[in-house]
Structure formats: structure tokens, C-alpha cells
Design a protein around this ligand. Structure first.
Ligand SMILES: [Zn+2]
Length: 410
């Protein structure tokens, strides 16, 4: 067991410590150094929160290690690190670090403290207002999700957001308590599991009381804005994604930039991008409708050009499948051959629809599948799918097919 400085003070960013043990281990198929220190300020992965990262400076040499993961086992924190100078010779046991200066990546740590503390306010408020429990929590360097065993309306989400942000503006002191067993029995606190030994209680007075081992901010004002960016149905409850502090600021910047770009593209004020996009969608829908009409006309003209052929087939680069189906339906009324439309190119392959009043189209489908690796399905009177072949290959197959005698008649 080593001394965990983050338990008593979450703001300790660096530590000078004797190395209890360092050894090389395999971690995800990579050989890395595993450090055990006499004391540490690095928070290990636990409770759904990923670990701190940072650097170790060997105080007896110029070696620097990148600490990329920490885990806890039997109350001891283990630090996994890579030697940053790739040119370094492998360390002999005698050359291994005896004393290190460890520095956590403070920007990442404080960001997690903001989001973790924000999570307390949200979970405590949800529990107080709706009686739901937080049944899952995940906090990494770029995401923070909370799972609840209940669902929320849009109004509920707004109420939760207003409440937790009020707690931020009130700048409440966050308390850390180590109650005796007797004192603990009198405390109404949230906990995901049965706890043994000394329990660490974190209290956001008026908003949340919870058993927790992670680093938190000292006052709620440090959390900054708390924004619930999504609340989706998940396993019968809700998965909520939140952004707090710097993350909320970054999220606002990203979304504002998107809105600015859309505003410019649509030539509408930024507050009107939703109605502007709605209008654009309507314009596109009309344009598409017109295009299908024109495509229909083109397909019918092409159909007229080939309808007298034994097997009238059209090859065209682009066309709407609904228009193609309508045209093929018109063609089969005027021809006893195989009527087909193939949409695409020799390079990309073709989507097809083939129909006939006299020939069993499933026989054609089988040939297309076995000889040209086509995909598709259908009935005796109509088949459709895709085929990764050239126009010549497809025409050859259809021509051979039409020359067969005893074609099954429908
Ligand atoms: Zn906590």
C-alpha cells in the first residue's frame, strides 16, 4: 500500500518519491515499465474514471518516462510508463530509477475534476427530484456519460440543468468526510455498492452526498457551466452525456462554429439556421421530385428507342430506381422479351431491374448470380439487385439467354 496524496488534496500536481519497485511487464503486447512508489498523486483508474497520465523524471539521471496508465490493486497504485528516449539502452536493475519526480497532466486532471464534480451535482439532483439511481458512470479524457434507471422528458432535463448550474453559481464548498461506522449509519448517502472499511463521503451541501474516492473541485464554482448534451434511452433507462467547464466551453465553440458555417452557407442570420435548413430541405424535395419526373421522361425516350429489339435493355449512369421500375413496367406491356434497366458504370457495376411477361426471370437471376456474381432477388416476373460486371458482359449473358430454346414460360 502506498500513500495516496490525491485522497487528502486533489490539487497536488507533483510528487517526489522513492521508487519501491520498478519492473518490465507486458501490457497489451507491449513491454512497459511498471512503477510502485512510496507515495503518489496519480489517480488510478477506478469507479468508471480513467486514470491520470503524466511524466516521471528520474532524479538520478536525465531519463524521462511517459506515464500512460495507473491502476490500483490491494490498495497499491501501479504506474505504467514508457521510457521517452527510444535510443536509451535497456536499463539494468542497478540503473533503474531510485527516486522520481512525478508530474500529472494537470490540464487533463482538472478537466476530469470539473466533469466528475458536475456528475455528482447531476446524479444527486436526479436522485432527489426523481428517485432514480446512477447505475453507470464513465469518465475519460473526452467523454462523460451517466446511466440512470429512469427516463426524462425535455422539461425534466431543463429542470436538472437549471438546478445544477444554480449550484455552480452558489459556489458551494465541497466537503470530504471520513465518518466512523456509527456516524455513517446516520448519513443518507448514494453508493453503487456495499462498502467495507473506511468510507470516504463527498458532500455537495444541499445537492448530493455520495461515497466516492475520486478527486473533486474545492468549490462548485470551479466546475463552470454544466450542460447535458444528450439523454438517450439506454437499457430501459437513460444514458446522459454531460460536458462541464472547459469541455462545455469547447463544445459551445465547436457548435457555434458549425452554426456560423451553416448560417453563411444558407445566407440566413445565425438564429434562423433551423428554419433556413427546413426551407432548403423543402427546396431539395421539390427539385428531387422534378428530377425524377425528368428522369422518367428520359427513361421512357430511351425505352422507345430499344423497345423493338428482341430484349429491350437500357444502360444508364444515373437514374432513380422508382422511375426505372415504372419504365420497366411500361416496357413489358410492349415487348415479349427481357426488359431491363441497368443503372451504373462498368467501373462501379450496375443496379438492375429486369422484367418479362414471357420469360422466367428467376432463371435469368440464377445466371446473373452464377456467371457474373450478381446479387439480388425477385419473382418469375421481375428481379432486381446489383451486378459487378461490364455492359458487354451483361449483354452477352442476356443474349445467350434469349437464344436458348425452351425458355420456361410463365
Ligand atoms: Zn466523486
Amino acid at each position: 500500500m502506498n500513500k495516496n496524496l490525491f485522497n487528502s488534496d486533489a490539487y497536488i500536481r507533483e510528487v517526489i518519491s522513492d521508487v519501491v519497485k520498478v519492473q518490465k511487464i507486458q501490457w497489451n503486447n507491449e513491454e512497459v515499465y511498471e512503477f510502485e512508489l512510496e507515495k503518489t498523486c496519480f489517480f488510478p483508474e477506478q469507479g468508471g474514471q480513467t486514470s491520470d497520465t503524466g511524466k516521471f523524471y528520474d532524479l538520478d539521471s536525465s531519463d524521462v518516462y511517459e506515464v500512460f496508465h495507473c491502476y490500483i490493486k490491494d490498495d497499491t497504485v501501479y504506474h505504467l510508463a514508457r521510457l521517452m528516449d527510444q535510443e536509451s539502452e535497456e536499463k539494468t536493475v542497478l540503473e533503474q530509477p531510485r527516486r522520481i519526480h512525478g508530474m500529472i497532466n494537470w490540464e487533463e486532471r482538472f478537466d476530469k475534476m470539473q466533469n466528475h464534480s458536475g456528475e455528482h451535482l447531476v446524479s444527486g439532483t436526479v436522485h432527489r427530484f426523481f428517485g432514480f439511481d446512477n447505475v453507470g458512470f464513465a469518465l475519460s479524457a473526452d467523454n462523460c456519460t451517466l446511466d440512470f434507471n429512469g427516463t426524462f422528458s425535455d422539461e425534466d432535463i431543463e429542470l436538472i440543468e437549471n438546478t445544477v448550474n444554480r449550484a455552480v453559481f452558489e459556489n458551494i464548498e465541497v466537503l470530504v468526510l471520513y465518518p466512523t461506522d456509527e456516524e455513517l449509519k446516520k448519513i443518507d448517502y448514494r453508493s453503487k455498492k456495499e462498502l467495507t472499511g473506511q468510507v470516504r463521503i463527498v458532500e455537495f451541501p444541499g445537492y448530493d452526498v455520495c461515497a466516492c474516492c475520486a478527486p473533486h473541485v474545492k468549490r462548485t464554482g470551479e466546475i463552470g457551466l454544466i450542460k447535458i448534451i444528450s439523454a438517450e434511452h439506454f437499457k430501459g433507462g437513460t444514458r446522459m452525456t454531460i460536458r462541464c467547464g472547459y469541455r462545455a466551453l469547447k463544445d459551445y465553440r465547436t457548435k457555434l462554429e458549425s452554426c456560423r458555417s451553416i448560417s453563411k452557407l444558407l445566407s440566413v442570420p445565425i438564429d434562423d439556421v433551423a428554419s433556413g435548413t427546413e426551407k432548403l430541405n423543402e427546396d431539395l424535395r421539390k427539385a428531387r421530385f422534378d428530377l425524377i419526373g425528368q428522369m422518367n421522361t428520359i427513361l421512357l425516350l430511351k425505352a422507345n428507342e430499344v423497345i423493338k429489339e428482341e430484349n429491350p435493355v437500357i444502360f444508364i449512369e444515373t437514374a432513380d430506381m422508382n422511375a426505372a421500375r415504372a419504365t420497366v413496367n411500361t416496357m413489358v406491356k410492349q415487348s415479349k422479351g427481357l426488359c431491363g434497366i441497368f443503372i451504373g458504370t462498368d467501373e462501379k457495376g450496375y443496379s438492375y431491374i429486369v422484367s418479362s411477361m414471357t420469360t422466367d426471370c428467376t432463371a435469368v437471376l440464377n445466371s446473373l448470380k452464377t456467371q457474373l456474381n450478381a446479387k439480388g432477388g425477385g419473382s418469375k416476373s421481375m428481379i432486381q439487385g446489383s451486378v459487378p460486371s461490364t455492359e458487354n458482359q451483361i449483354r452477352d449473358l442476356l443474349n445467350k439467354f434469349s437464344n436458348l430454346e425452351n425458355i420456361a414460360l410463365i
